[in-house]
Design a protein around this ligand. Structure first.
Ligand code: ADP
Ligand code: MG
Length: 233
């Protein structure tokens, strides 16, 4: 099992004006492995998004260390950090955040351009990514012509295109109906297994516990392991 990313001893607090500072994370350790789907659960406001932002090198912790494929993130320049994110990290959120004026494949091409892929090579990679998320038959559709679940598939294709190996999804099924949410959860499991990526899924959705290899829960700033059904499969 190969280590993709490690957060060690992470603490984070926010200074709130007029009140005492709010400690959101206390000495949190989290590791992500290639080929493993990890789900992070916890009540609203428990710090899930904060931890994901720190793991994905968007925000810095107050204490602790993040390493990505063996590189210590704090030792990188802002430019190196941005390049690391663009090359290796894919992001998907509750809302697919597609450009309405662009087709599905054009939305994926925008993501590829960010990691330096253009021209015919980019088109081939975009088609591959749309095939990975089972939506290549709608490559030339506009977002308004797609269902919520189909839009999320395009967003996941954009996140993974160009062989980005580490996927961060913040509440990816929260806007979907139950059937579409189940399909997206199963798709994420398949993507992780067949392409060997590492994925951190933040969700309230307990159905992720049946597809995840590893589960975590955040409460009162502490991370605890959760049982998953997908671990042995
Ligand atoms: P979750 O994703 O689990 O709902 P968040 O990580 O978004 O939780 O937020 C955790 C807590 O930190 C909340 O109480 C939130 O209000 C607070 N918080 C989040 N971001 C900031 C910020 N940039 N400044 C101040 N407080 C914040
Ligand atoms: Mg959140």
């Amino acid at each position: 099992m190969s280590l993709a990313l490690a957060c060690r001893g992470i603490s984070k607090r926010y200074a709130a004006s007029g009140t005492s500072p709010l400690t959101v994370l206390r000495d949190v350790d989290l590791t992500l492995h290639f080929g493993r789907l990890s789900v992070l659960m916890g009540p609203s406001g428990s710090g899930k998004t904060t931890l994901m932002r720190i793991a994905s090198c968007i925000a810095a912790p107050d204490a602790g260390e993040v390493t990505v494929m063996g590189r210590t993130v704090a030792a990188l320049s802002p430019k190196e950090r941005a390049r690391l994110r663009a090359r290796h990290f894919g992001f998907a959120f509750q809302e697919p955040r597609l450009f309405d004026a662009l087709t599905a494949i054009e939305n994926v091409l925008v993501g590829l351009a960010i990691s330096g892929h253009v021209g015919a090579d980019a088109t081939r990679r975009a088609e591959q990514a749309l095939a990975m998320t089972d939506i290549v038959d709608r490559a030339t559709s506009y977002p308004r012509e797609l269902s919520g679940g189909q839009k999320q598939r395009v967003a996941l294709a954009r996140a993974l295109a160009g062989e980005r190996g580490i996927l961060f999804c913040d509440e990816p099924t929260a806007s979907l109906d139950a059937a579409a949410a189940r399909d997206i959860a199963a798709l994420l499991r398949r993507l992780v297994e067949s392409h060997g990526c590492a994925a951190l899924i933040v969700s309230h959705d307990r159905r992720f516990l049946s597809v995840a290899h590893e589960g975590f829960s955040l409460q009162d700033g502490r991370l605890a392991a959760l049982d998953t059904e997908g671990a042995g499969a």
